[in-house]
Design a protein around this ligand. Structure first.
Ligand SMILES: NC(=O)c1ccc[n+]([C@@H]2O[C@H](COP(=O)([O-])OP(=O)(O)OC[C@H]3O[C@@H](n4cnc5c(N)ncnc54)[C@H](O)[C@@H]3O)[C@@H](O)[C@H]2O)c1
Length: 439
């Protein structure tokens, strides 16, 4: 038994969480609840200051919850990497976006690994939680750490455990979601699995390698992207045929086996699902392999905002209106309901396009106070601020475009008060409103 095992068993291990965003902050807080002493590290000073003041900027963590762990001195945030010296376990939760050419940008992982390498010592366990392309842990992180004379699996331990967080999901919070863990060596896997079992209440599933764990995350996200894109394609077809896709999905759902519902949307967005499948696309080409399902799903997904635009033009045309000078209210800017995350949201493309076509656009989102919209072709930036919620004012708009179905609003009333509605989420359940047009 290594002393790291003892430190995990007794919760005396000190844990550093690098990257205090949607994944890192909830993880840091969960670890403190399990009894660990946690150091949070972030390059954004503003975030570090907020954490230390107990002010949460992540919806899933309340400021009350954060204040409590700061007050108990279980969590402290830092704008430098010095805590890595003391840390027994280091979690890397930094962003992994795609670059402009849709290739993985692992620069955040690389810069973090460089810092970890500086402080690497015996009996440290390093775990990458960021989603990434298969072989990153084995072929990128390990060589950067192994420059040190320490041997992996013997002196230090390295594993990948992809985060499965679903922001805003109150049913499945971090500790309730099972985890898949794969290490570079068997001992790396064993220790990492032991660590997750110490604070995750759901199953911890050990894999034979870090690469298999990376692939697991990509499978999960590709499964969603391909299925969402498939239902979006069907929505486009059956819309032409006068069939209500939402009714069809409800009917298919009644089958007790072999069917899982996916719903149309103006774009499958967020920081994970539309991104990680393209990590695999990138890796596959190195093996002279083309992941055609992923390409096709990506293509359909990117076309969805254009399709929504076409629908807007068509609906306005029914009333003899042009997009130019039309007053449009975009309802919802975040990529899904009840959260404030706008990453990859359809709102950006659609609002920019509406402005470009001369529409007068306002938006309403209780979770997103302001929005910077950049037009890719015009290379112009617009700053929009959410209007205040008022059903009375809805009549002033020629068209209301529902992009996000935040809960707690009376969508039936919204339909009644609106001149025209394009509803991309089936937020308006009743089929009696003749002014409502669905995706
Ligand atoms: N957001 C999700 O729902 C979700 C779900 C599952 C997995 N993931 C994955 O988790 C990873 C993190 O995502 P996120 O949503 O938390 O991102 P985020 O942008 O919300 O947070 C990342 C944080 O890392 C910080 N950071 C960047 N570089 C740093 C560095 N070198 N040192 C220290 N801090 C640094 C940033 O300032 C930021 O606060 C990504 O790989 C993502 O794909 C995200």
């Amino acid at each position: 038994m290594t002393s790291l095992t003892d430190l995990i068993k007794t919760k005396k291990a000190k844990v550093a969480v690098i990257g205090l965003g949607y994944v890192g902050l909830p993880t840091a807080v969960e670890l403190t609840k399990a009894g660990y002493q946690v150091f949070g590290i972030d390059i954004k000073k503003q975030r570090v200051d907020s954490v230390n003041k107990g002010k949460s900027y992540i919806l899933d963590i309340s400021s009350k919850e954060l204040k409590e762990v700061i007050k108990n001195k279980k969590l402290a945030a830092f704008n430098n990497y010095l805590p890595l010296k003391k840390a027994n376990i280091i979690l890397i939760c930094v962003p992994t976006p795609l670059d402009k050419n849709k290739n993985p940008d692992i620069s955040y992982i690389l810069s973090t690994t460089k810092e970890v390498a500086k402080y690497l010592r015996k009996e440290q366990l390093i775990i990458l939680e960021s989603s990434t392309y298969p072989e990153t842990t084995q072929k990128v992180i390990l060589p950067a750490l192994a420059k040190n004379k320490l041997k992996v699996g013997k002196h230090f331990f390295l594993a990948h455990c992809p985060e499965r967080l679903d922001p805003g999901n109150e049913k499945y919070r971090l500790k309730d979601v099972s985890r898949a863990v794969g290490g570079i060596t068997k001992e790396c896997t064993r220790l990492a699995a032991e660590f997750y079992r110490s604070f995750i209440e759901a199953q911890v599933f050990p894999l034979s390698s870090a690469t298999a764990a990376e692939m697991t995350k990509i499978l999960e996200n590709t499964f969603r992207l391909v299925n969402i894109s498939m239902i979006n394609e069907l929505a486009l077809l059956v819309g032409r045929m006068g069939i209500d896709i939402w009714e069809v999905i409800e009917a298919a759902k009644t089958k007790p086996y072999g069917f899982m519902p996916f719903y149309p949307s103006p774009k499958c967005a967020g920081h994970c699902i539309p991104i990680t499948p393209f990590f695999l696309n990138y890796t596959a080409k190195r093996y002279n392999f083309w992941t055609k399902f992923i390409d096709l799903a990506g293509e359909i997904n990117e076309q969805m905002p254009h399709y929504v635009m076409t629908k807007i033009i068509w609906v306005l045309n029914l009333k003899g209106k042009a997009v130019r000078k039309a007053k449009v209210l975009v309802w919802g800017a975040s990529y899904k309901g009840d959260i404030g995350d706008t990453r990859e949201s359809a709102a950006f493309d659609i609002i920019a396009d509406l402005i470009r076509k001369g529409a007068r656009v306002d938006y309403f989102d209780p979770f997103v106070k302001k929005l910077y919209v950049e037009h890719r072709i015009l290379k112009r930036k617009y700053l929009l601020r959410s209007i205040k919620y008022s059903l009375k004012k809805i009549k002033e708009y020629d068209l209301v475009l529902i992009l996000t179905d935040h809960s707690g609003f009376d969508y039936d009333k919204l339909a009644k008060k609106s001149k025209l509605v394009v509803d991309t989420r089936n937020a308006i359940k009743s089929r009696r409103h003749k002014n409502v047009f669905r995706l």
